[in-house]
Design a protein around this ligand. Sequence first.
Ligand SMILES: Nc1ncnc2c1ncn2[C@@H]1O[C@H](COP(=O)(O)OP(=O)(O)OP(=O)(O)O)[C@@H](O)[C@H]1O
Length: 265
Amino acid sequence: MIDIQGLQLQLGPRRLLDIATLRIGAQERVALVGPNGAGKSTLLRVLAGQAPAPWQGRVELLGQALAPTQLLRERARLAVVPQGAPLVGRLSARDNVLTGALARCGAWGAWGFYPASIEAEADAWLDRLALRRHAHTRADKLSGGERQRVAIARAALQRPLLLLADEATAQLDPRAAEQACAWLQQAAGSGALVTVLHQLELLPLVATRVIGLRDGRIVLDAAVDDSPALQQALRALYRAAPADDATAAADAPHNFHPLLTPSTP
Ligand SMILES: Nc1ncnc2c1ncn2[C@@H]1O[C@H](COP(=O)(O)OP(=O)(O)OP(=O)(O)O)[C@@H](O)[C@H]1O
């Protein structure tokens, strides 16, 4: 599903990513965690074909080796719930959700005509995410949390092989955030889910594997469980001071002692 070897992304003097190896299998549920500026979103952006700068290394996604300027052939099956959940503001919540199915509908979808089965699917998602009463509200009139939920439903309509979610629970109240973890898993279906997460208490609800980044490097790769070892590793991940300038980042040892590196597929 995802196979990364020697990924390096440099922006000016700053190294944003330095990932020796990372493999994520089909159907995996993975959370990316780490302090602010660790590179979590940048990694998702590389996978989504939106890297902020050219990168070096080998990135294979859904069976295709990517180049920094090349888009994935199977883009329709790659769903992204971006940070802040940008939507098409002039479209209703329902129409935004329906755009997730565009690739399945061909030209008719582009004209706003969707098969009844797809409209029913969109409505079911609007119901599930408690959005039915907002179905015909313009997206730019929705609250942040409502937009977030619309973005999850839109991703579900893509029937993704891979769903990338960047802090999809960030704008949700505690109960909705817990529910969103289940929604994300449902939206990913039989595909893989990689989600950036800051609320560590939600980890068991959304992931079976946690990957910790710091200064663009993977320093933690562990199964999600309630072991004291994982709790300790997570605390250490956030306690560690980030490199606060380019020199410090460049001087840091390349493979410093990982916090935890248990089994991965
Ligand atoms: N387009 C850009 N131009 C300059 N710097 C960038 C750009 N994109 C990311 N960065 C820098 O790269 C580093 C990693 O950013 P990234 O957004 O990936 O971190 P993150 O782990 O997702 O952080 P957060 O938890 O705060 O969202 C940050 O220091 C950020 O300032």
